[in-house]
Ligand binder design. Structure first.
Ligand SMILES: *[C@@H]1O[C@H](CO)[C@@H](O)[C@H](O)[C@H]1NC(C)=O
Ligand SMILES: *[C@@H]1O[C@H](CO)[C@@H](O)[C@H](O)[C@H]1NC(C)=O
Ligand SMILES: *[C@@H]1O[C@H](CO)[C@@H](O)[C@H](O)[C@H]1NC(C)=O
Length: 364
């Protein structure tokens, strides 16, 4: 070996040593950097959110810009408050006892908020689309055991109505009743009571369907659709429905929201409240988030918009879910599996649809 090639080898050794030192330095700096930021971020005061809206409003001043301080205010709104602003202090005074068998849990829990006086509506749901959940057949299909249905109620001062509810409880064992006053303004509370009941009593269920008591749901089609959507559910969860991407906040009238509770002119995208599905893996987190975020009286915008954004759940548009301006359904929509759900269905119309769906004479 001559002198010059020896030198090359020595140079190489030196380069390796330099490289090793460099790698060590990078590692140490990296560890300190991540530890520091981990520490900073675990304080829960600020977690970066990448979603800065185009239009940002604070109070009544709206600007269309990249103004980060306004964007920051929007992002900060969706951080859980430091202390509880709505502690859930209510308890269940009635609840079904055998809805969820831990050995064979259902895929889907259906929660139907219902007014105490809506006895006929509940009867119709139990006898028609809801009967599928206890083994009645949708024509040609049986999803027995895969879906279970409960009604959500609050309390009323009307003793006669309370007694009637007790009779229903004894006969059907499908009522989840919580001790808050049953009013329209308490609807968010009612849905949250159903979400809470589900994660306490049915921890292994996959999905929760919220359906109003004037809706009609093609349960076999819904269950089949959801089973095909498992891949959309990651650990942050997913909410499925007909998505309202651009809802303006109203400051007066029936859907009035106080600026102090929600100061921006638009809601985040949310699923229309007539029927929507929450993946059950986030039931507990949705409920917890609700205790730290001010209530607004628009139940769907609150739960599937605001709370979903707080916990970073994904919204998934599914064709076939109904929305508030949807037309009253035709039985052929269900015979042909064109719709998952429909709204504006009175209890009389439920019986009519059910009869037609099962009739061998319909021509669709
Ligand atoms: C926002 O920022 C982008 C790029 O940073 C820029 O092109 C655009 O003009 C900005 N818009 C406004 C309204 O300032
Ligand atoms: C209580 O409810 C019943 C129907 O369940 C109704 O007929 C009655 O008028 C109500 N009573 C009061 C005091 O509102
Ligand atoms: C909601 O329920 C609570 C508990 O019963 C009650 O105090 C409150 O008045 C109700 N809120 C509205 C707006 O009806």
């Amino acid at each position: 070996m001559d002198g010059s090639s020896m030198k090359t080898i020595r140079n190489c050794r030196i380069n390796y040593r330099t490289l090793a030192v460099l790698v060590c330095v990078i590692l140490i700096v990296g560890i300190i950097y991540t530890k520091y930021f981990h520490f900073r971020n675990s304080g829960k005061t600020w977690r970066p959110i990448d979603l800065v809206p185009l239009e940002t409003c604070v109070g009544s001043t709206c600007i269309l810009s990249n103004d980060t301080s306004a964007g920051m205010k929007y992002a900060l709104y969706f951080q859980p408050r430091k202390t509880k602003v709505n502690e859930f202090v209510y308890r269940f005074i009635n609840q079904p006892t055998d809805t969820c068998d831990p050995m064979s849990p259902p895929v889907l829990i259906i929660i139907v908020p219902s007014s105490p006086s809506h006895i006929e509506e509940r009867k119709a749901i139990r006898s028609t689309w809801g009967s599928v959940s206890h083994g009645e057949k949708w024509p040609l299909q049986n999803i027995k055991g895969k879906a279970k249905l409960v009604f959500l109620l609050g309390i009323t001062e009307n003793i006669t109505t309370l007694q009637k509810i007790q009779d229903e409880v004894n006969e059907h064992n499908d009522i989840v009743q919580c001790n808050f006053l049953d009013t329209y303004q308490n609807l968010s509370l009612k849905i949250l009571s159903g979400i809470r009941w589900t994660y306490l009593k049915c921890p292994d269920v996959k999905y929760i369907l919220k359906a109003d008591d004037d809706t009609f749901v093609n349960l076999p089609l819904l269950v089949a659709t959801l089973e095909g959507y498992y891949h959309k559910v990651d650990r942050n969860g997913a909410i499925f429905g007909n998505i309202n991407g651009d809802a303006k906040v109203r400051r007066r009238g029936m859907w009035k929201v106080n600026e102090i509770d929600y100061p921006f002119p638009h809601f985040p995208p949310y699923a229309y409240g007539n029927t929507y599905v929450i993946s059950a893996n986030i039931a507990g987190r949705i409920f917890s988030a609700s205790e730290y975020m001010p209530y607004i009286p628009i139940e769907d915008a609150y739960i599937t918009g605001i709370l979903a954004k707080v916990i970073d759940a994904r919204l998934v548009f599914v064709s076939g879910f109904t929305f508030w301006l949807d037309y009253k359904p035709n039985y052929c929509d269900f015979v042909n599996d064109n719709r998952i759900s429909a709204t504006k269905v009175s209890f009389k119309y439920m019986f009519y649809l059910w009869e037609k769906i099962h009739s061998s004479e319909v021509d669709c």
